[in-house]
Ligand binder design. Structure first.
Ligand SMILES: [Zn+2]
Length: 324
């Protein structure tokens, strides 16, 4: 029997600096602790160990200008060049082989005036909803160009929050064109939509234009690990309970199982700050447990695929993945 693709979307990583901190409205977790500003590189190492141990694959964002505090080529305010470079090198060495890398627009915070490089008063998500291809294409081109300069090979982008959702037709045209302009690639992917509690949840062909194809890769589960940001419990029981929401130890229940039972592909989602759990790193332990349970229970049913492998699979069999 052919195995079903499984994948994981990792939103919001950037070198050392937490973009979640930069855009957080109150600066406090729900249980009243200060939101932490930086994640140590040892946290990235811990994530890489899980990638190596379980062969997990998916999508990994690199925010090019995190929080309007510089960029990943010239330096990020508050982060040493040494730490930034070490972070980028680790991503290239251990994450790139298993994950499609892409920008999550420029800042994941305030939109940028491309002419001056200065922050506009509104967030990227608000700015995007009134734009069209004439402004979105250069914006996405800029984001991809910074990743290219930093040494990443990309063919897709992630939407910070619900970037571009009100102008999705213009947005998709812009993504496809920007990927072609920067990397010369005709096939691209993007992540914007979630398909939760939806039967047959799968990616789809979102655009075909001028010989180029764009695939929409949706998240088909919720970020169950997010709750660890707001909780100081780091016990084994807690870790197991959070993991249960995705897959129980016996592999019989959980959101991953429900997606499979309704004919869909489990495309998990979490955030860099979810895995960091506001400095307690409970989230990475949950991810390790989930990866182990998938291996223990589903290795004959599912196969880890990167977002680029999913994109290629969809493009090779377009009729099976109609636009939703
Ligand atoms: Zn995000």
């Amino acid at each position: 029997m052919k195995r079903v693709p499984i994948s994981i979307i990792i939103d919001d990583p950037s070198p050392v600096l937490s973009v979640y901190y930069t855009h957080h409205k109150t600066g406090k977790t729900d249980d009243g602790r200060e939101v932490i500003e930086y994640f140590p590189n040892s946290f990235l190492d811990e994530f890489c160990d899980i990638v190596r141990d379980y062969g997990i694959k998916g999508k990994f964002s690199v925010v090019p200008c995190p929080g309007n505090r510089g960029d990943i080529v010239n330096g990020i305010e508050g982060v040493s060049m040494e730490d930034m470079k070490a972070w980028l090198d680790t991503v290239k060495k251990y994450i790139v082989p298993n994950f499609g890398i892409g920008p999550e627009m420029l800042t994941h915070n305030k939109a940028v005036d491309l002419a001056t490089g200065k922050a506009l008063p509104m967030r990227e998500v608000e700015w995007s909803q009134t734009q069209d291809r004439t402004t979105l294409t250069p914006y996405i081109t800029k984001a991809l160009s910074i990743l290219k300069e930093a040494g990443f090979d990309c063919c897709g982008v992630t939407s910070p929050w619900h970037f571009g959702i009100d102008v999705e037709d213009e947005y998709t045209i812009s993504i496809s064109k920007a990927v072609y302009d920067v990397y010369g690639k005709k096939n691209a992917w993007y992540f914007l939509r979630g398909l939760r509690d939806t039967p047959n949840a799968k990616p789809w062909v979102a655009l075909e234009e001028d010989g180029r194809t764009l695939v929409s890769v949706p998240a088909t589960t919720r970020d169950r690990i997010w709750q660890t940001i707001h909780c100081t419990d780091t016990s084994e029981e807690y870790i197991s309970r959070v993991a249960d929401e995705l897959i129980t130890k016996d592999g019989k229940e959980g959101e991953i199982i429900r997606v499979l039972e309704t004919g869909g592909y489990p495309i998990l989602i979490t955030h860099w700050q979810s895995l960091a759990s506001n400095g307690l790193f409970t989230g990475v332990k949950v991810l390790r447990e989930v990866a182990k349970r998938i291996e223990d229970n589903l290795s004959d049913r599912v196969e880890w695929m990167s977002v680029e492998e999913i994109m290629e699979m969809v493009i090779a069999d377009k009729e099976s993945y109609p636009k939703r």
